[in-house]
Design a protein around this ligand. Structure first.
Ligand code: DHE
Length: 548
């Protein structure tokens, strides 16, 4: 059930007309339902379900009333240089919806629903019992499969990394966000923005979902237990709403435990109901998940060895933690507190914060980031920024390269002003790092791939995308909408190829482009009418091993 429907039952059914005395804005129940749904789909990720702000600013009604309907309409239509998309101009919101949202922001937000283990169990389905699943892999190349997010149609395409065939398209949650594999790689675990978790069995000749469950109403992260004593035993979902950590059985997705993350900000000790779970990464050395609690600025080290009575070390880091990944040794978790322009470094061996490093750019957004064993600086980890053109590299080896440890050893610039970068990615067998810029407003800058040499750490080449791969599509308002440029990169298992996808409109398919990671030649265009809005791509071997 869509969130707005849940909300309408749980919270707004009895409201009829909602109004604010000061601005005298009145919304009917139907308008409130529509606006709540649009807010959940488009706005809550950055501004929070309770509108208190995180990556995007606070949008609480008192502040919004001060801005007024016309100003809000203008911002929603045009976007902002800080990274807010041009919702109206791009045709994704109609003029009527833009007007509605400008008004909705000036009335009180409905209270989103809670969820218990019993609620979750109602949606739990084991579609194919363990005993009926294959006993051995039925396909040769499964360890080089890619799970490709088909975002706006809520599906996952499984693409063979060797033959480049789309071997299966599997349904998933609404606006599916990411996938991660278990330690053995057999299952691909998927999380939708609606909190629906599902698992795809890659051993099947035609991979299918074998279990699914709706863990929460809003989620972004999923991972599994990767410690040797718990291989493929547990999966974990991080929820935005209700803010919580949900542990699941990794074979069946049976829900085992919910832990609320609502708590106090690390610095001011202010109670925060909406303390959302952002990135989760599994330790390979300890039975531990490393979990970003966005609003409170803590990284939780969640010991899952006693699942009913978990031990949690709450490490103070910085506020508005978002994404991040391992350093080369997989001891240090490098993570972005993006609204504070800080990279926090967590030592997972000692269970403590090592450093909060100013990122020297605007809104760091690493994804998992990129690792390089550099001839001069030693092991370094890199990130780009959404709001500026800085790519930074931080030394991560305090033993052999103590002078460089936890310092920015090199900063390079993407050409042209402004940010727009979302992801950087590398592989030990590639001489290059690849960077995208899909949210840059300039068409030329948005539609290029930026190639960074691993030795000089400078941009040595840009690869423009041929217009024929950027097919426009008709938006519901009749306007022609261009596909955005390339988004996100993933390598094949041996690192000889790097894949990127064209972030198209959901009304038309858009391709995956496969480049040779050494010669930078376009080797293959995977053009399949089922590839609608392909965004994130996750190779089985690289995801199992956390290679980036
Ligand atoms: Fe993501 C990772 C949250 C929008 C594609 N994104 C993450 C993570 C978080 C996050 C917390 C880290 C997960 C982890 O590692 O466990 N993303 C959010 C948002 O809150 C945000 C900003 C707004 C929203 O409403 O969801 C958002 N993300 C997007 C997109 O619009 C992207 C570009 C396209 C899409 O398909 O949704 C997108 N996010 C991704 C991808 C990753 C990701 C591909 C994983 C990167 C990797 O290489 O591991």
């Amino acid at each position: 059930m869509k969130l707005s429907k849940v909300l309408s039952i749980a919270a707004i059914a009895c409201l009829g007309l909602v109004s604010t005395a000061a601005a005298e804005i009145k919304l009917s129940k139907a308008q409130m339902d529509e606006a709540t749904e649009v807010y959940f789909d488009r706005c809550a990720g950055c501004h929070g379900m309770l509108r208190k702000g995180a990556l995007g600013p606070n949008l609480e009604p008192e502040k919004m009333k001060g801005m007024g309907t016309d100003t809000l309409k203008y911002i929603i239509h045009e976007g902002t240089p800080g990274g807010m998309p041009e919702w109206g101009k791009s045709g994704e919101l109609s003029a009527a919806q833009t007007d509605l949202m400008a008004k909705y922001l000036q009335v009180e937000a409905p209270q989103p629903p809670e969820k218990s283990l019993a609620d979750m169990k109602k949606s739990h389905k084991v579609l194919i019992p363990v005993k009926d699943r294959p006993k051995a892999p039925e396909a040769k190349n499964w360890k080089d499969y890619f799970a490709v997010i088909l975002r706006d149609v809520g599906q996952i395409a499984i693409v063979d990394g060797v033959t480049k065939d789309v071997v299966s398209v599997v349904p998933s949650g609404f606006a599916t966000h990411i996938t991660r594999t278990g330690a053995s790689g057999r299952y691909m675990y998927v999380i939708g923005r609606d909190g629906k978790a599902s698992m795809i069995d890659l051993w099947m000749k035609v991979p299918k979902n074998v279990a699914e469950i709706r863990t929460c109403n809003d989620a972004r992260a999923i991972d599994t237990s990767k410690h040797k004593d718990y291989l493929d035993k547990y999966a974990v979902v991080g929820c935005y709403w209700p803010p919580s950590i949900v542990t699941l059985d990794a074979d069946t997705l049976d829900p085992l435990k919910i832990v609320s993350t609502a708590s106090y900000t690390y610095d001011e000790n202010v109670y925060t109901r909406e303390a959302r779970v952002a990135a989760i990464i599994a330790s390979h050395d300890k039975p531990e998940w490393v979990i970003n609690i966005k609003e409170t600025g803590q990284v939780w080290l969640y010991d899952y060895s006693n699942i009913k009575n978990p031990k949690i070390t709450m490490v103070e880091a910085e506020r508005f933690l978002h994404d991040g990944g391992w350093d080369l040794s997989k001891r240090y978790f490098m993570t972005a507190a993006n609204a504070r322009n800080v990279i926090s470094v967590i030592d997972t061996k000692e269970g403590k914060l090592v450093a909060n490093i100013p990122s020297e750019g605007n809104k760091p957004h690493p994804g998992r980031g990129v690792n390089v064993d550099h001839p001069k600086y030693g092991p370094i980890w890199g990130s780009g920024h959404i709001g500026s053109n800085d790519i930074i590299f931080i030394g991560t080896d305090p033993v052999n390269h103590p002078k460089n440890a936890w310092k920015i050893v090199k900063k390079t610039k993407l050409p042209g002003d402004g940010g727009g970068n979302l992801f950087v990615k590398g592989h030990p067998n590639s001489p290059y790092i690849f960077a995208d810029r899909p949210v840059h407003p300039d068409r030329k800058l948005q539609t290029q791939i930026y190639v960074i040499d691993k030795n000089t750490l400078e941009v040595v080449k840009t690869l423009p995308i041929d217009e024929k791969y950027l097919k426009p599509a008709k938006a519901p308002n009749g306007k022609e909408v261009q596909a955005r440029g390339p988004v996100h990169f993933e390598f094949n298992a041996d690192g000889s190829e790097v894949w990127t996808s064209i972030w198209g409109n959901k009304l038309a398919a858009s391709p995956i482009l496969v480049y040779d990671s050494k010669t930078l030649k376009l080797k293959k265009v995977i053009d399949d009418k089922r590839l609608i809005t392909p965004t994130g791509k996750f190779n089985v071997t690289n995801t199992m091993n956390d290679t980036y």
